[in-house]
Design a protein around this ligand. Structure first.
Ligand code: NAP
Length: 315
């Protein structure tokens, strides 16, 4: 097998952080190679209207925003390839990234792998996921539930947003939360709790996605944590919105992670790691803010750091 070329900078991930890093690295004439994983464009492609990205007073469609960012990066010379990084050797120089049969070599690396939806692990969830009634994306799957009853699990901004989005299609949306107040921001909580189609199911945890032998969801069994009583909500769709898990496993031996799996940057920086020339950006390294604009900011920082590092170390 021939030795692959040594890239100046490889960016892993095409969410807000990765694509912003790509714009900056490409404009710095570094011709970055951007490795695209299983969800091109990242989490924003699974959201509908983004209302809080600066510069868009009317809001902007998440998919369109990411498509524009990608085109902006390509315009300045970023190259995109589909590749899933499975392990890395960051002790080697150049750095090595193993992607199945293929190996990618890089002087500098920006890891912007984002986070994936956390699942509940209840009975039937895995079996009924993907077209059989269980989903993590109302924008993707909501339209399948026109005039039906659905449930959303969770109490954060994502759950409130999913529930509100689903009111466009569904008859009724049960919002199942394990406590008696939402974690979501005030504006989202108010919108969700006052919506006539949204019925709050407080103090309740999901127990089972019902419908495995039939191959289609027919209900969500929930348990009231105060009384222990179980009921089955007669829903055809369940949307899981209980937060995210950072996609760091392939890098964890080489880079430091905290107990929840998030990258831990070096002291005094948001994006530097203990490995010179290797940077982290976006939701894989941020369990606090987790916003599109903060991810973009980290992507920008990482690209500027990489550019300076390459200038100093003969990139
Ligand atoms: P989150 O804020 O971490 O909320 C997760 C929710 O799921 C919490 O209500 C939590 O309950 C519940 N939960 C966690 N594990 C559970 C389990 N095993 N079973 C049942 N319930 C469980 O996550 P998120 O809503 O995805 O939001 C992540 C970040 O993105 C936040 O910073 C949020 O503000 C931001 N965001 C913003 C917007 C917006 O501005 N429009 C939209 C989406 C997300 P507890 O409350 O009891 O912990």
């Amino acid at each position: 097998m021939s030795t692959p070329p040594v890239e100046n900078v490889v960016i892993v991930g095409t969410g807000c952080a990765g694509l912003t890093a790509a714009v900056y690295a490409a404009r710095a004439n570094l011709s970055p190679l951007v490795l695209e994983g299983p969800l091109p464009g990242g989490q924003l492609t699974t959201t509908s209207e983004v209302e809080n990205f600066p510069g868009f007073p009317e809001g902007v469609d998440g998919f369109q925003l990411m498509d524009s960012l990608r085109r902006q990066a390509m315009k300045f010379g970023a190259r995109f390839e589909q590749a899933l990084v499975q392990s890395v050797d960051f002790a080697a120089s150049p750095r090595r990234l193993a992607c199945g049969e293929r190996e990618v070599l890089a002087r500098a690396v920006i890891v912007a792998t984002g986070a994936s939806p956390r699942m509940t692990g209840i009975l039937g969830e895995r079996e009924l996921f993907g077209g059989k009634g269980v989903s993590t994306c109302a924008t993707c799957d909501g339209a399948f539930y026109r005039k039906m009853d659905v449930a959303v699990i969770g109490g954060g901004d994502s759950a409130a947003e999913e529930a509100l989005f689903l009111t466009r299609f569904a008859n009724r949306v049960y919002l199942v939360h394990r406590r008696d107040s939402l974690r979501a921001s005030r504006i989202m909580s108010e919108r969700a709790t006052s919506h006539p189609k949204i019925q709050l199911v407080w103090n309740s945890v999901p127990v089972e996605a019902v419908g495995v032998p039939e191959g289609a969801l027919s209900g969500l069994r929930v348990r009231n944590v105060q009384t222990g009583a179980e009921t089955v909500l007669p829903v055809k769709g369940v949307f899981v919105a209980i937060g995210h898990v950072p996609n760091t496993a392939a890098f964890a031996p080489a880079l430091d992670v905290d107990p929840n799996g998030y990258f831990v940057p070096s002291a005094g920086s948001q994006v530097r790691t203990k490995v010179p020339g290797v940077y982290v950006a976006g939701d894989c390294a941020d369990h606090v803010y987790r916003q599109a604009v903060t991810a973009a900011g980290m992507g920008c920082q990482a690209a500027i750091e990489a550019e300076r590092w390459l200038a100093e170390h003969g990139g």
